[in-house]
Design a protein around this ligand. Sequence first.
Ligand SMILES: [Fe+2]
Ligand SMILES: [Fe+2]
Length: 177
Amino acid sequence: MANAPDPATELVRVLRSACSGELAAGFAYRGHWKSVRRADERERIRTIEAEEWHHRALVRGLLAELGAKPSMRREIAFWCIGRTIGLLCHIGGWFIPMYGAGRLERWNVNEYEDAARLARAAGRESMLEPLLMMAEVEWEHERYFRERITGHRLLRVFRMWPPLPPKERIRAAFAEP
Ligand SMILES: [Fe+2]
Ligand SMILES: [Fe+2]
């Protein structure tokens, strides 16, 4: 394809997007776990928040390895988005934050898979492990939110998003160099 960006450039673009996405996710989940009443939900979502901050640190490290930095404009925009979602969790009821989180997590899995494909294309094999690990953790997040809302009456209005393939497929797709 003419003028297609090279894989390393594309990888930086995806990682910058992921970095800001993790920032928004961290703040959104902070609001989310504080807004739920059930102790097990608070605990699990609090752990998810911690996992998103861990991802953000890893992604920042990968960007630094590539000689890049997060996009400041994006960071500011996503900081606002995360803080806003975090606040809205307190007034949005139980279902909407769970549903929205599940949909976003599904997208996150794909984002880290894309990043892993680009890392391989760019000859950055050492980045595969952290990227695939993060895709797997996002897969677990998606499953958690899916299970929480399964059977909920509001799914007659809000359609359940399409399921992800089994978790093993994430790594299997990268088994052969
Ligand atoms: Fe994450
Ligand atoms: Fe996540």
